[in-house]
Design a protein around this ligand. Structure first.
Ligand SMILES: CC(C)=CCC/C(C)=C/CC/C(C)=C/CC/C(C)=C/COP(=O)(O)OP(=O)(O)O
Ligand SMILES: O=P(O)(O)OC[C@@H](O)CO
Ligand SMILES: [Mg+2]
Length: 268
């Protein structure tokens, strides 16, 4: 199960790096290059999808990726119902809870529910939240929804909590692909304080320091797309930054588990 990768990582304080691949921009050489990085342990998860996907060869490219990066899970991150593919390991079943468009909250899901079940795809119910990233994004335009203002952490926290109370398994906060400003540490911290679910953060992350900041603020996984499309050679530095935050967080986590064991022993 791919979800256990996320939930167990969260429980252990391990931080994850996801690389978003836009099927429309996929090219054989780029995919083979990304697969080579993944095989060196620099990618934990591939996300596959886009707001608008036109590529006729998307299935062929996904097969190429799967064949060449056998141990890295691929999760579908679909903007539309025609992006399902049973070669993937799981599906982020996004419900756009920051918006008020019923189609994005439940309508599209009804359209594909039976098909998804028959495909045998693992579904990960995801509370998907757009946070204003400083400019209109493809997702807000295509979904006809307004993002949560970036300077309103309490609204983001209440939205995420509502998602958790509704039974969602994960929160994905997205400033939108190519956002000017990634989701702020303040917003991530506010959501982290309120919910216990795995938190994924993406949109506009272009530096290793920014990825580290998001993880330190409480994200469990960061997603990078555009910046790696421009320059994949940046990936080793990014992966090292994620591993470094991960090592600190895992040590803190062990420390607090040990303290909990001591407290429990003292209280009996
Ligand atoms: C239920 C199914 C299978 C589909 C609908 C799923 C929903 C509700 C999606 C929410 C809205 C949406 C359009 C999400 C897309 C997320 C995504 C893949 C973003 C990737 O970035 P792009 O927006 O494609 O960025 P570029 O414009 O840079 O390519
Ligand atoms: O392409 P970038 O800006 O890295 O965004 C990744 C992803 O979170 C977008 O949905
Ligand atoms: Mg795209």
């Amino acid at each position: 199960m791919v979800y256990s990768l996320l939930s167990e990582a969260r429980a252990a304080g391990k931080k994850l790096l996801a690389v978003l691949i836009d099927p429309d921009k996929a090219r054989r050489e780029n995919l083979l290059e990304l697969a080579a990085h993944a095989n060196k342990g620099e990618v934990d998860v591939f996300l596959w999808g886009g707001s608008l996907v036109n590529a006729l060869q998307a299935e062929y490219f996904l097969k190429l990726l799967k064949d060449n990066a056998k141990s890295t899970p691929v999760i579908l991150f679909p903007g539309s119902v025609n992006q399902l593919d049973e070669q993937a390991d799981a599906l982020f079943l996004l419900s756009l809870i920051s918006g008020r468009n019923p189609d994005m909250l439940i309508g599209r899901h009804v359209q594909v529910a039976v098909k998804v079940k028959r495909m045998g795809l693992e579904t990960i119910a995801t509370g998907y939240m757009l946070i204003d990233g400083g400019r209109p994004t493809s997702v807000s335009y295509m979904s006809n929804t307004t993002p949560i203002p970036a300077d309103k952490p309490p609204i983001a926290a209440a939205t995420a909590l509502a998602g958790e109370q509704l039974g969602m398994k994960m929160i994905y906060m997205d400033a939108g692909s190519g956002a000017l400003n990634p989701v702020s540490g303040k917003v991530i911290k506010a959501v982290r304080r309120e919910v216990d679910l795995p938190i994924v953060v993406g949109g506009g992350i272009r530096t290793a320091a920014r990825a580290a900041e998001s993880l330190t603020a409480g994200a469990d996984m960061v997603v990078v797309g555009n910046a790696l499309e421009k320059d994949v050679n940046w990936l080793p530095e990014l992966a090292a930054a994620v591993r470094s935050v991960s090592a600190t967080a895992a040590a803190d986590n062990q420390g607090s588990n040990a303290q909990e064991t001591i407290d429990n022993k003292l209280s009996v």
